[in-house]
Design a protein around this ligand. Structure first.
Ligand code: CU
Length: 67
């Protein structure tokens, strides 16, 4: 299990936060997600079933930039 803070650009409201949260939560291997709108971050706890790239792609698919 590891925890990583991703930078997420483009979130403007609670709805964006929900989109990002749900997209990441849906990935197999993700234990928890905490999105901070003001800091523009997503803190994710995940295991080996999912990669950093998978998480970034899931966020991008929602229309946000992630790194
Ligand atoms: Cu929004």
């Amino acid at each position: 299990m590891q925890e990583k803070v991703f930078n997420v650009q483009g979130m403007k409201c609670k709805h964006c936060v929900m989109s990002v949260t749900e997209a990441v939560e849906d990935l197999d291997g993700v234990e928890s997600v905490s999105v901070d709108l003001e800091k523009k971050t997503a803190t994710v706890k995940f295991n080996d079933f999912v990669s950093e790239a998978d998480i970034i792609n899931a966020i991008k698919e929602e229309g946000f930039q992630a790194s």
